[in-house]
Design a protein around this ligand. Sequence first.
Ligand code: HEM
Length: 228
Amino acid sequence: MPSAQTSIEAATDGRLTGPAALRAHLREGTRAAHEALDARFSGMTEEAGPESYRRFVAMNAAAFADLVPRLLASALAARPEAVAPLVASLAALEADRAAMDLDALGAPEASAPASAAPGLDEAVGIAYVLEGSKLGARYMHRRLLQRRAAELWPEASFRYLADADASAGFSAYLSVLAGADPDDLAAPARQDARLAGAEAAFRHFGAVLDRIDAGPAPAKGHCHGIAP
Ligand code: HEM
């Protein structure tokens, strides 16, 4: 659930500035999309979770593989600190995907999210979603560690979750995004462009998951059930 508080900076006229201007608008604008996606993984860290975890990794691997190259083709790539954490997550996801043989789930071809090389603000919205998704992954990693998932799901690979757990704070990342082009971040047209990028990214994740869920059934017997 996108419930985290960030340090809200406000100009003297009460208008949000800097990273807070980015986050408040994007979090509110994508709350429903986030909750809908989150609901599709209900119970994943519980006893019935291994197959859902495979879907989760497959979705993330495919969505990152589609979206990270678009960011690398955008003006955001001029700031390596904005794209490097996402490139690292993609590598971790590809390692998980190979280790868990997720090709059996089918390689989803989802619809293209907005343009192939997004504008800077749109790219910032996409990057917000990708890096933000690691907040949920961090939470899941801790929950799965508590439940000894690595022992109970011996075929599962947790590189992406561990990478997300080890990542620098989201607030610091938002500062990097805000610094990509700090002029008038709160301007409505720029907020709209960022939100369009974030919405397109959420739609893309949903479309990828639709394809996975419509595809061949995951192989049975890969993971043992996890005790409650
Ligand atoms: C699969 C189940 C998911 C769960 C259980 C989940 C859970 C969470 C949680 C607990 C947070 C807040 C963490 C914190 O405040 O420290 C969060 C934040 C966030 N998640 Fe998810 N998440 C899930 C999937 C996703 C996916 C797939 C995406 C992207 C497509 C995503 C995008 C975001 C974003 C952008 C934020 C940051 C919101 C903000 O600005 O505060 N989440 N998620």
